[in-house]
Design a protein around this ligand. Sequence first.
Ligand SMILES: [Zn+2]
Ligand SMILES: [Zn+2]
Length: 317
Amino acid sequence: MDAVLRLELPTPYPVGTVNAWWLDGPEPVLIDTGVPTRANLEILEAALAVHGRSLGDVRRILLTHDHADHAGAASAVARRSGAPVHMHARGRLGPRWKPEEIQALARFLLRCGMPADVLAGAGEALRRDARYADADPVVPEPLWGGEILDSPLGPLTVLATPGHSHDHLSYLAIDAGLLFCGDTLLPYITPNPILHLDPDAGFRRVPSLLQHLESLRTLAALPVRRAHPGHGPDLLDVAGRVAHDLAFVQARQGVFLAAIRRGADTPWSLAQAVFGDQDPTGRFLAVSETVAYLDLLERDAGLDVRWEADPIRVGRT
Ligand SMILES: [Zn+2]
Ligand SMILES: [Zn+2]
């Protein structure tokens, strides 16, 4: 068996499958876990059994971030193995949204100009998504980034790479030149920096795209020969993929500016102009991404955003 085994697991999401990574040795490490379903655990066990391994052998569970396709099965694997779960201190096992967080999010989306009936549909979609939350979470061990953990690949450096999610971590096996980058860098898609209102800071919005761009620059500078992403095949040219994503963001800024010139003046109307109509989840993601770009356009393109207005107003200075 290779030192790193890719476990490709099905998810109920449009992204398709998710990758979990088994680092083999006397003290095996599992990075990410798939969704919290019985079927997922059976697939994991079957894939490991081929190599004479089982989930009971895991000595440490590491999570890149708390989205259900990555973190969902962490508690179940922890119970099966007795292994601790490590994740970012701000990440969360169990339900993604607390009631007060849903309220804060709803208020913010209405201020983005999202119509109330569209908001109701998006809320329903997010609630449906909640059935993939871990129903019985264990207490994870917190990481912040900067820690160095033991692993079968030698020292594993924990890197804070927020943006796609506020709690995103990547793991660098420096001796092997390998990077586990979760959803920060993906082979076929440019990750969506998802809207996050920080419950520890009065639900202040996190500038997710600005954070994501910083994280990409961090990854591009690392001495790695191969990156293992959260979805899809390995990346052999990390700096090249980062350059691709930076160019994508640059081009999309131009699309937003053109829509603003044509008259879109709230985050919702801008999202409609750029992404067109979407299903309920897609409408949330479109506004989420639009808001993330407003930070960048405000910083780099002289856009005037009146964040305190209701609805939030976007215009040229
Ligand atoms: Zn994710
Ligand atoms: Zn993912």
